[in-house]
Ligand binder design. Sequence first.
Ligand code: CO
Length: 179
Amino acid sequence: MLKIVKDNVASLREKSELVTLPLSKEDENLLKEMVSYLKKSQDEKYCQKHHIRAGVGLAAPQIGVNKRMFAIYYTKEDEVVEYGLVNPKIIQNSMKKVALKGGEGCLSVDEDHSGFVYRYDKIVMKAYDVVSKKEVLIKAKGYDAIVLQHEYDHLDGILYYDRINKKEPNKEIPNSYLI
Ligand code: CO
């Protein structure tokens, strides 16, 4: 079972290193284990049994490995969104921003930090993906874009609450919308 690093640990705040490609078997297995952790975490009984929380994204620094890799797993309607991304890069972004009405959460953060976390509404991300075993170009919008940017931030040591306006956490900003 992977152990999640909490936000009182200094390494979570560090910038992670690029991963050597082609991927080593060790890195590949670790990333696959991260995807599998998320998948299992979405089973309520499994969570209760193992005292873990459900998550849709997990970045390598959150398990104490400061490498530029993260896993995503969730279902929306009938579609499964599943990635194990290595050396991701945001190569395009919209000017428009989006935020979750209810704010964000993170497996490494136990306390609640309420407030809007504004992120680009649309991004194009390029990465190597261990799930499809190839270079991918992901065009994401809204919730999908939020999840990718949340995980990407972990690779630079940034946590979601760093992006909340401290004085006015629920401030609405121009050229943005809430979902
Ligand atoms: Co997080």
